[in-house]
Design a protein around this ligand. Sequence first.
Ligand code: NZQ
Ligand code: ZN
Length: 396
Amino acid sequence: MLPFELSFPTRILFGTGEIAKVGQEAKSLGQKALLVTGGSSAKRTGLLDRVQAFLNEQHVSHVLFDKIEPNPRTSTVDQGASLAREHGCDFIIALGGGSVMDASKAIAAAALSGRPIYDYMRGNPSGTAKDLVPVQEALPLMAIPTVAATGSEANNISVLTHWDTHEKSSINGPALYPRVAILDPALTYTVPAHVTAEACADIFSHMFESYLISAPGTHVQDGITESLIRLVVEHSLTAIRQPDHEEARATLLWASTLGISPFAIGGRGAGMPLHQIEHPLSGHYDMAHGRGLAILSLPYFEQIILQDRPERLARMGRECFGVSETDELAAARAAIKAVQRWYEAMGITQRLSDFGVDKHALEELARESIVIGGRGAGYLPSSRPLSEQDVISIYE
Ligand code: NZQ
Ligand code: ZN
């Protein structure tokens, strides 16, 4: 196991009905909130009305910003930050999925500094994230996830797209941890089947990416990860069939928070190579993040992990997907098939061409994934350094 740091400063209130505490909790963060939501779901489901009523009950003054799109854009963040400054908001409430929570973190930073958020992403003149400076100051933030997916509610990462250049990358820093997060599984009952499926593929990806290429000796993390993956696979199908299944939604929500935390992935000495390969796709084609990961993961397993770390694939198959083959290579292959069957059961097996991704664009997308994801190294670290050609082959 390699050295790692665990900082978990977000106070978490977990449980069905906990949303009723939003007003009380908000009072401890500031005087006036910018309440940030996506474009439609919170209104359509009645959640926004309920949250505003809870805030009004506690006399929490707030201004609504309901313009965050999936794969949130820097231009939208700048609009939100201007609105917060104009109205003198001194804290932010994020009510939505990963897109809303990530955008809210960025608004919290940009509203305080008055700088365009792209300044924080640019890092250095060549546009890579190599010299990114961690964000040290931001307004206090409360996160209320309405999708179980990213774990953004308890981490310090914000993933943004600068649409002018189609650059999708992240900013982070100690100031971006939400102060408090309300995790109420009932808020996720209205998540449609296809978003639930994409979200589960994302939770899975946060864990398998470092698990499959892990440094040796991560026994504690391996046990946690295997248990979480098993639970996500099992409960994903229940939540898709029965969207208001409390136990399934609660399991997915807590698994999404823990799955991207150092409890599950610390000490492995590995990042998330597949995320870096996916980001150019959502940056250019606005593809749902989890769907892109599901599509890319199968060729990634076949072409990279099966060659370099078949024993880890075999172990994931046995521990998480009921694979019984004793031969390592046969078990590794069976694991890939089992993941594919799970994706099929959730309805998320497609090809990039279904999203209008042209084969002539692949070279440029691969280059971008190496430049941004490789942070100046010239390759993407995985079980071995991945070249532009490796990434093109996965896309193909
Ligand atoms: O936009 P609205 O109208 O709210 O609708 C959303 C959106 O269409 C809808 N939705 C959300 N909650 C709902 C709901 N519909 C019905 N009922 C509800 N309760 O779901 C759609 C997808 O929402 P989005 O927030 O985009 O999904 P997700 O949570 O998967 O977030 C994806 C974003 O997070 C980033 C991704 O790159 C992507 O931009 N990530 C952030 C990470 C982090 N901060 O640590 C890590 C992840 O790996 C990921 O990269
Ligand atoms: Zn992700």
